[in-house]
Every structure is written in structure tokens, then in C-alpha cells.
Design a protein around this ligand. Structure first.
Ligand code: ATP
Ligand code: MG
Length: 190
């Protein structure tokens, strides 16, 4: 199996690049943000619990997202692989993911981290907010919360994968196609 963690701060372009990867490498796209937004849309218990945290740019508790991922992995034991977008976001999530994959006799193949500076992130998110309608894309204050959560809790995961020689960092600046080419060359070299 090819299991890729697509990593980077909010607005780095993970969702956009995932669309290309799932087609080219026949992977299942697993975006915790998309799953949570769907739960909110359907007004499920989980969605109602997650909404306030998400709207304010805070992370959802680890056990909630870990259970979501667990049930999807269990339903797709025979797939070609996964692209993890927006997960793991904490050390605890990374440890759980390793355990879950080990259970299925597989593991993370690589983390590809998209590097984008804060100024560009804020610009992209505010611009997306105009048509996404996402509450967390509307104000610089909430975007700052998201970047802070990323820097404090999520960015340290690069070291976790680096220590396993799985970290690949690429620039997330430039056109969508240019970034796709960079990503493809990393994955083809695995
Ligand atoms: P992108 O790079 O696609 O613009 P993003 O990282 O800002 O996106 P999502 O991944 O869609 O956005 O996540 C939106 C929100 O969903 C987060 O701010 C958080 O509240 C919640 N969330 C998503 N994934 C997780 C996770 N793994 N752990 C905790 N909270 C999560
Ligand atoms: Mg996304």
C-alpha cells in the first residue's frame, strides 16, 4: 500500500493536491476537515460537538478524529492506499495512526510537507472564504488561531516522521501544476 501523509499549514493546498494524487495513484482521500464539515452539514451529534471548535480554528479532540479514521480504515482493508489530508495533527494522532496501520500490516510510506509562508496563507484563506462560506476562513483573527494551533501542535510532527526518514519537504508556492510536479517526483522516488 502507498500511504501518504500530505502535510502543511492551513491553506497550504493539501485538498487541491489530494485531488490529483487520488487519480494518479488510485488512493483513497481521507480528509478529516471534509469529514467533519459533512457531519456539521448533516447536523449529526459529532457535527454539533465539533462546530464551535472548528469555527474558531481550534483542533477537535484526538479521540474523536482517531475514531473517525479507525472506522474508515477498517472499511477499506483492501485498498491501494490512502492520502491522509489534515490528519495526523497531534503526536497522539500520529501514534494512533501508526498502530491502526500496523494492525493492517501496513505503514506510512512518506510525509510530504508543503511549505508556504504565513503572509501567503492568510491571503489564500481570506480569498477562499469569499466563496467557501467557511466560518474559519472569514477573519484574520480565526486564521491566526489556526496557524497558531498548527505551529504549536501540528508542525512538531515533521520531526516525528523525519526521525523515521519519511519526511519530504517541498515548496507550496507557485502554480498548482508546478506543485503537482514536485509532489509527483517525490512519490515516484519512494
Ligand atoms: P487546508 O490546507 O485544506 O486549507 P485546513 O488545515 O485549514 O485546510 P481542514 O483540514 O479542513 O482545514 O480542518 C479544518 C478544521 O477541522 C480544523 O481547524 C480543526 O478544527 C478540524 N480538524 C480537521 N482535522 C483535524 C484533526 N486531525 N484533529 C483535530 N481537528 C481537526
Ligand atoms: Mg483541506
Amino acid at each position: 500500500m502507498l500511504n501518504i501523509v500530505l502535510f502543511g499549514p492551513p491553506g497550504a493546498g493539501k485538498g487541491t493536491q489530494s485531488q490529483m494524487l487520488i487519480e494518479k495513484f488510485k488512493l483513497i482521500h481521507l480528509s478529516t476537515g471534509d469529514i467533519l464539515r459533512n457531519e456539521i452539514k448533516n447536523k449529526t451529534t459529532l457535527g454539533l460537538q465539533a462546530k464551535e471548535l472548528m469555527d474558531n480554528g481550534k483542533l477537535i479532540p484526538d479521540d474523536v478524529v482517531i475514531n473517525m479514521i479507525k472506522s474508515i480504515l477498517e472499511k477499506n482493508v483492501n485498498s491501494t492506499g490512502f492520502i491522509f489530508d489534515g490528519f495526523p495533527r497531534t503526536q497522539e494522532q500520529a501514534l494512533s495512526l501508526d498502530q491502526l496501520l500496523k494492525h493492517q500490516n501496513t505503514s506510512i510510506s512518506a510525509m510530504v510537507s508543503l511549505k508556504v509562508d504565513d503572509k501567503e496563507l492568510i491571503k489564500r484563506l481570506l480569498s477562499r472564504g469569499k466563496d467557501s462560506g467557511r466560518a474559519d476562513d472569514q477573519s484574520t483573527e480565526i486564521i491566526a488561531n489556526r496557524i497558531e494551533e498548527y505551529n504549536n501542535k501540528t508542525a512538531p510532527l515533521k520531526l516525528y516522521y523525519k526521525n523515521q526518514s519519511k519526511l519530504h519537504e517541498i515548496s507550496g508556492l507557485g502554480s498548482i501544476d508546478e506543485i503537482t510536479i514536485r509532489l509527483n517526483s517525490v512519490i515516484n522516488s519512494l
